[in-house]
Design a binder for this molecule. Structure first.
Ligand SMILES: Nc1nc2c(ncn2[C@@H]2O[C@H](COP(=O)(O)OP(=O)(O)OP(=O)(O)O)[C@@H](O)[C@H]2O)c(=O)[nH]1
Ligand SMILES: [Mg+2]
Length: 236
């Protein structure tokens, strides 16, 4: 069973062995979310079109269940991020899906969204999920967009629905010369005093949300493994 051994090895090396987790990949468009997802899934580097519609990848082998949602990072896609991480609240919150756009849209957003998205046909109920961990990707080379990325990150960090969710911030593309350093990225994202420490840091009794920055290059297969290992200690 060489293949299975190899596969267990990959998940174990990422610290995801015997964990069952829903992980959301967010970040601006072009940050590298889909590239990362596919690298985790089958270690293949594939060139992707910008993600138009939410996709999920599920891996089930033995006791491991690893489900990742990749929502796309362009402007319209960002509106539905919340639908994917908000916890189920009392009663049911109606989430609708426009078949045209592929995006589930909360009822209250629906009216003002529709002229943009022009949904025509059936509306389907879609579930809402809580998430176990958040992976937020930033293109460390694209310094002009740090402010935009910070704005979206701040909105996520201040959302009560995510109050206790561990955040792994990945500064991607460090293979490109002049990409930002870790300190630079931390500074521009306003995280200088908010990261909780690498390695094993027990935050269980502290009510502090685990948050850390790791630099990586997905195409070089480096850096993100340490980030996932760090994150996995906080996934129950
Ligand atoms: N140099 C370099 N390029 C990368 C790296 N990771 C991803 N890319 C490139 O960045 C571009 C965007 O990657 P995607 O994975 O499609 O980005 P995304 O976050 O899914 O973007 P949206 O789907 O638009 O939200 C692609 O051209 C990738 O090949 C990296 O580590 N280094
Ligand atoms: Mg994508």
């Amino acid at each position: 069973m060489f293949l299975l051994d190899w596969f267990y090895g990959v998940l174990a090396s990422l610290g995801l062995w015997q964990k069952e987790a829903k992980i959301l990949f967010l970040g601006l468009d072009n940050a590298g979310k889909t590239t990362l997802l596919h690298m985790l899934k089958d270690e293949r580097l594939v060139q992707h079109q910008p993600t138009q519609y939410p996709t999920s990848e599920e891996l089930n082998i033995g006791k491991i269940k690893f489900k990742a949602f990749d929502l796309g990072g362009h402007q319209i896609a960002r509106r539905v991020w919340k639908d994917y991480y908000a916890k189920v609240e009392h009663g049911s919150c109606t989430v609708m899906e426009s078949l045209n756009s592929g995006y589930p849209i909360l009822t209250k957003y629906y009216l003002w969204s529709c002229s943009f998205l022009q949904p025509s046909s059936l509306l389907l109920a879609a579930p809402r999920w809580g998430v176990d961990a958040m992976v937020y990707l930033v293109d460390a080379y694209d310094k002009e967009r740090f402010a935009e990325s910070k704005k979206e990150l701040d909105a996520l960090l201040s959302d009560e629905a995510l109050a206790n969710v561990p955040f792994l911030i990945l500064g991607n593309k460090i293979d490109i010369p002049y990409a930002a350093s870790e300190d630079e990225l931390r500074y521009h994202l306003g995280l200088t005093n908010f990261t909780t420490g690498k390695g094993k840091v027990n935050l269980a009794d502290s009510n502090v949300r685990p948050l850390e920055v790791f630099m990586c290059s997905i195409v070089r297969k480096m850096g993100y493994g340490n980030g996932f290992k760090w994150m996995s200690q906080y996934i129950k």
